[in-house]
Design a protein around this ligand. Sequence first.
Ligand code: PGA
Length: 224
Amino acid sequence: MKNLIIAANWKSNMTKDEAKKWLEEFSIKEFPQVIEVVLLAPFTLLDMVSSYVKVNSLPIQVGAQDVSPFDKGPYTGEVAAGQIKEFGSYVLIGHSERRSNFIENDEMVNKKIERAKSAGIKTIVCVSTMDQVNKLPDEELIIAYEPPGAISTSGPGAHAEDPNAVAEFVKKVKELKQSLVIYGGSVNPDDVKNYTNLEDVHGALVGAKSLDPQSFSDIIKNAV
Ligand code: PGA
């Protein structure tokens, strides 16, 4: 059986109390060994979430949703990879919401990958086109294929990508890169397996449905 990564992208949601409630309600304390569960939390929650996971020995990896393109230093408002490393082992880079709302280009994405790599943090890099894939460095990355129109909160008409189209895109990625590829966009407990069943798809990046601990638990259970 192949290894899977199921990552929760909480985006700009959850206060400390809400996140604590989520963790208490998250029903799975043991996952199938083949699944790596990753919680991508806002910076403000990394300390609390990572402590909770450690104290309760939950088999969950914690990560951030962005990283500074610079090392530590005079970069007001930024959070450097070395600071994230204290709490988490993953970082999400180049999400389409960052590319569009914060004018994050491929050059910026690559700088962030470099910073994360030098701090020893695993990167999940979001792409929606082959052009973006082409511009990625030849390094060990996890690539999340997320067509922006498939993201549940992207507006009216948002819908999950057809699994055949995902398979086709991922095939092209694999011709170019050694990376593991996961799929993101409106993933829910009922359709997760349509994606994880695809030969070269190694997991899912989950937004809206990760905010509900029961739905996220069901996605994990249904992924294998
Ligand atoms: P969604 O978000 O699951 O709500 O579509 C996925 C993402 O944006 O990472």
